[in-house]
Design a protein around this ligand. Structure first.
Ligand SMILES: NC(=O)c1ccc[n+]([C@@H]2O[C@H](COP(=O)([O-])OP(=O)(O)OC[C@H]3O[C@@H](n4cnc5c(N)ncnc54)[C@H](OP(=O)(O)O)[C@@H]3O)[C@@H](O)[C@H]2O)c1
Length: 568
């Protein structure tokens, strides 16, 4: 019994020209029961046209192939060899002609698998017909069972027709070429249109040089007008031109992401995320300065044509948000149409984290009927990139924002927050109050004067204690992004989602925000890979996308449920 195994031709060089037929060679594993008669004779002719045959003859004369292969489809070996005009053409030109198709035993195995499933499905259909009206629940579950089976049947049929059958076709081409005692072999493989790409990819995977030929037919009339009544004249005046469109070995242009990190170590988190989003290659650069960024960008974009630019993306990271923004400016200034590649900026994940936190709080307030975020007083504990971007997003929404440094180790606290407040005003056009609150008393005062508290301080530092919260009288919402113990807020759990963990205080935990942040970054990377429009993906984009995800406009890839038939 033959075993399916696609092995490279070691000592030989094989070139395959895949010639696309005018129709798909009929093939089925189990004969379809509803095989309706085709609408007209033109659509029912599973036979190469005169024009195609002439074209093939010319191609054979030009290329001088060492062998020709064709799918056998549903034809018997006798039919394939004796009643096949293509076989006759090959014979006339002394070129060996072989069937390349799924092995009979393999087909038999798949068909028995399908037969069993089809029988089961039919028995379910019968049971459904016999069911009484009142047995609603049973009907539902039988229907679901039947639909699952139908899906499985279609899946097996698709799998057999494409991946399994195409593997056999590719193997047959290779095995027939292997038999020839020549070092350089050229094969013409005549293929159904639907299998051209699949067979090509398989052959290319074992280093075969593949070109595909798609013959386009065009009618040319030598006389201007002819009515259908003068059919004879029409035919005489008509010529069919066939022009081949030849596609060379077209390796897919890879999706490359250049990861420009201003820190001394490129973030493995972002590198993994980029690969998981489907980028073919991620090239990390570390300690990137503005001068370096310019050189990297220009060197990269000039190596690719506009099509390649669409598959090029720059991702700017690094702990320092200001440095990352400077690099972004240089990256964008170094590009010009049509060499404008997508650019993502997310320094140390801060933009997606801040957007996820703000969007989550906004959504949670509305869902809990606690009013609109834009009307709230918000205090942000943390002056790093996450805190700063959250401040920008919130101030632009219309909130009254206070940004707080809670760092007891800081000596220049008041001066630092005043400078930060000025910087935010000058650079982002927002008015945010800066407060230095390193002690419990100062923190409590800030908490009392806010409706919403965001905790975005250094990982592993407790910023807000239960004691502080117990002094609070009004309802508050607190969100924390520090997932490293001890968490930023005492009493709050990682997965809390508007949980009242102190009377009147509703918490949103770091993992609840972290999950949204993860989806957000993943979606941004996927979008940047898909859409080659030269877009800048910054915190504003992240905020819009986070809202969409929360509204369920972007479905999670892991939406799985398990339903069981209720037992008595
Ligand atoms: N889930 C995610 O994917 C994700 C992504 C990024 C960040 N994060 C988290 O978000 C938080 C903020 O990150 P970031 O990069 O914006 O800022 P960061 O650099 O981690 O923290 C900055 C803030 O922490 C304060 N701080 C430093 N040491 C302190 C101490 N011993 N006690 C109290 N406060 C102290 C700083 O004080 P000064 O104001 O005096 O400078 C500053 O306000 C972190 O917890 C980080 O882990 C999560």
């Amino acid at each position: 019994m033959k075993v399916l195994e696609i092995r490279p031709l070691e000592e030989k060089k094989l070139r395959v020209l895949i010639v696309e037929k005018e129709y798909s060679e009929p093939f089925w594993i189990l004969e379809p029961s509803n095989n309706h008669a085709p609408k007209n004779i033109l659509s029912s002719r599973f036979k190469p046209s005169v024009a195609f045959c002439n074209f093939l003859e010319k191609l054979i004369d030009e290329v001088k192939p060492d062998l020709i292969t064709e799918e056998q489809g549903n034809r018997s070996s006798k039919e394939f060899e004796e009643n096949n005009v293509l076989a006759q053409i090959s014979k006339k030109r002394n070129v060996p002609f072989y069937a390349a198709d799924i092995d009979e035993n393999a087909k038999g195995y798949v068909s028995s698998l399908l037969e069993d499933k089809k029988q089961l499905r039919d028995s379910i259909l019968k049971a459904l017909e016999e069911l009484q009206d009142k047995e609603d629940m049973k009907r539902e579950y039988l229907m679901a069972y039947g639909q699952c089976l139908q899906q499985e049947i279609e899946e097996i049929e698709r799998e057999a027709k494409f991946s399994v059958r195409e593997s056999w076709i590719a193997m047959s081409v290779l095995e027939n070429a292997r038999k020839l005692e020549k070092e350089e072999i050229t094969c013409l493989h005549i293929s159904s249109p639907e299998h051209v790409e699949g067979v090509k990819k398989l052959l290319e995977s074992v280093d075969v040089k593949v070109e595909t030929i798609h013959p386009i037919k065009k009618l040319v009339f030598t006389q201007e007008k002819t009515s259908p009544a003068e059919l004879e004249d029409l035919l005489r005046s008509m010529q069919i031109q066939i022009k081949p469109v030849i596609k060379k070995n077209s390796e897919e242009i890879p999706h490359i992401l250049f990861f420009l990190d201003t820190s001394k170590r490129a973030s493995p988190f972002d590198i993994c995320m980029a690969y998981d989003a489907g980028f073919t290659v991620v090239v990390p650069y570390e300690n990137v300065t503005t001068e370096e960024a310019k050189k990297i960008v220009q060197d990269a974009i000039f190596s690719r044509d506009p099509k390649g630019i669409k598959r090029t993306c720059f991702f700017i990271g690094g702990k320092d948000m200001e440095k990352a923004e400077e690099v972004l400016k240089i990256v964008r200034d170094s590009m010009f149409p049509p060499f404008q590649a997508n650019t993502i900026i997310d320094p140390a994940g801060a933009y997606t984290t801040a957007a996820a936190m703000v969007a989550k709080v906004e959504d949670a307030l509305v869902k809990s009927k606690l009013g609109k975020l834009k009307d709230k007083r918000v205090a942000i504990f943390g002056t790093g990139a996450v805190g700063r971007v959250a401040a920008v997003l919130l101030a632009k929404l219309g909130c009254n924002v206070t940004i707080v440094s809670p760092n007891p180790n800081r000596k220049d606290g008041d001066e630092y927050v005043a400078k930060l407040s000025n910087l935010l005003r000058d650079r982002y056009g927002i008015n945010v109050e800066g407060v230095f609150a390193p002690t419990p008393a100062k923190k409590t005062e800030v908490i009392k004067n806010a409706d919403v508290i965001l905790c975005a301080s250094v990982a592993g530092a407790r910023i807000i204690t239960k004691e502080m919260l117990n002094e609070v009288k009004l309802v508050k919402v607190i969100a924390d992004v520090n997932a490293v113990p001890p968490l930023g807020v005492e009493g709050m759990k990682l997965k809390d989602d508007m949980k009242e963990f102190v009377p009147g205080i509703f918490g949103i935990g770091p993992l609840t925000i972290g999950r949204l942040k993860y989806k957000l970054e993943q979606e941004i990377l996927r979008e940047a890979k898909r859409n080659g429009k030269g877009t800048i993906y910054n915190y504003n984009y992240a905020m819009k996308l986070a809202r969409k995800i929360l509204k369920g406009e972007i479905l999670s890839t892991k939406l799985a449920v398990t339903v069981r038939y209720p037992s008595k």
